[in-house]
Design a protein around this ligand. Structure first.
Ligand SMILES: [Zn+2]
Ligand SMILES: [Zn+2]
Length: 384
């Protein structure tokens, strides 16, 4: 007997919310769009959908808990689901309307909306059920495929964050084959018309469901929508047009970037045959600086000042990200006073820099020599 709870990775006493969350997560993970039709994922997606359709329905769940079956077609034998599965040859055919009613789509849209993100797109699910794996035929049109996004973490210093930096990044990812330049054809050979789609680049599929019969169009798997296939395959990529290889990418990190911000490099993600490449996301981690902190577009630092300098003023050398500067300490400075050095902070999007704020920490002498003590006594006599 199938353990629907195990399938969704939840406890027997899981709440409806837990069930929904678990399913949403699995559906997302094993989504045919993401897994490129990987059969293991397709099976998992199907199993998760089956488990969800039972456990999300109070009546079916109760029946399943008691009898290990949720009614006709829901049994352990596989029943209606075994026939072909979603997106497979049988498509949605095995489903009957009654089973489908257990699948509450309205809850999904609500759920996704309330989380403030389109984590779970209703259209995607429909597309996969009715249109079959690749290409998403749900809206009646074939969509161009897109490679996966790639994300990379890098660490930079505060100086690099303030002034910007170029980083060389090495990633191994699916890239266009550099021998055939993505065509998949052996260099010097010609292309021929794809037989699968008769050069159309797309194929029509007719599907039946309780909602009626409809025709969907999807991108041809054979030629990836191009209508042409190589007459002789490129030996390097075996005709795929893409292959995994290591690439060096120069990433420009813009001046002013903050810790945990992302830089997106358009179309630098994984390449996909006949489609457009995904994007690369570079997550930037800024190492804490020894004595300078960032506060918005300002930088702050502490400066230790001798008591005498605080009293009568003076000039002090100060280390900044722009190098050493001379700072004028005004007469009569107090502990905690903040001096502002203009335009030595962090640049904003328009290149305008914030300020460097220098907080004075006035050092009290621990011990006084006799002469010093006499001098201070004198000051005391003057009422200072
Ligand atoms: Zn090639
Ligand atoms: Zn084709």
């Amino acid at each position: 007997m199938k353990d629907y709870y195990k399938t969704l990775g939840i406890e027997k006493n899981a709440s409806k919310d837990d069930i929904k969350k678990a399913f949403r997560k699995l559906a997302h993970e094993h989504h045919p769009d993401k897994t490129k039709g990987d059969p293991t994922s397709a099976t998992k997606f199907k199993e998760a959908s089956e488990a969800y359709s039972v456990l999300s329905d109070d009546n079916k769940r109760a029946q399943y808990d008691r009898f290990g079956s949720a009614g006709p077609g829901m049994g352990s034998s596989g029943g209606a689901y075994g026939a072909g599965g979603f997106g497979g040859q049988g498509g949605f055919g095995g489903f009957n309307a009654q089973d489908f009613s257990g699948f509450d789509f309205s809850q999904f849209t609500q759920g996704a909306g309330s989380q403030g993100g389109v984590e779970f797109d209703l259209g995607d699910i429909f597309g996969d059920f009715f249109g079959g794996g690749r290409g998403r035929g749900s809206r009646g049109q074939a969509r161009q495929e897109r490679g996966r996004d790639v994300s990379v973490d890098i660490q930079i210093t505060l100086e690099e964050a303030v002034f910007g930096v170029e980083r060389e990044i090495h990633v191994t990812k699916s890239s266009l084959c550099n021998i055939c330049e993505g065509t998949g054809a052996k260099p010097g050979t010609s292309m021929k018309t794809c037989e699968t789609c008769a050069g159309q680049g797309k194929v029509n599929e007719t599907r039946r469901s309780f909602m009626g019969v409809f025709t969907t169009t999807r991108i041809c798997d054979e030629c990836h929508g191009k209508g042409q296939i190589p007459s002789e395959k490129c030996p390097t990529c075996r005709g795929e047009g893409v292959l995994d290889r290591q690439q060096e990418i120069i990433a420009k990190i813009p001046a002013g970037i903050d810790d945990n911000q992302m830089v997106r490099l358009n179309k630098m993600g994984e390449a996909i045959a006949g489609g457009i490449s995904g994007d690369m996301y570079i997550k930037v981690h800024v190492k804490p600086h020894a004595f300078i902190r960032r506060e918005g577009f300002n930088l702050t630092t502490d400066l230790r000042v001798k008591l005498t300098t605080a009293i009568i003023g003076g000039e002090m050398n100060i280390k900044t990200l722009d190098g050493d500067l001379v700072l004028k300490i005004p007469e009569g400075s107090n502990n905690g006073d903040v001096l502002r050095i203009k335009n030595k902070g962090v640049p904003n999007d328009h290149g305008r820099r914030g300020d460097l704020l220098v907080k004075l920490v006035i050092e009290m002498p621990r011990k006084l020599s006799r002469t010093a003590r006499e001098a201070i006594e004198k000051l005391k006599g003057e009422g200072v």
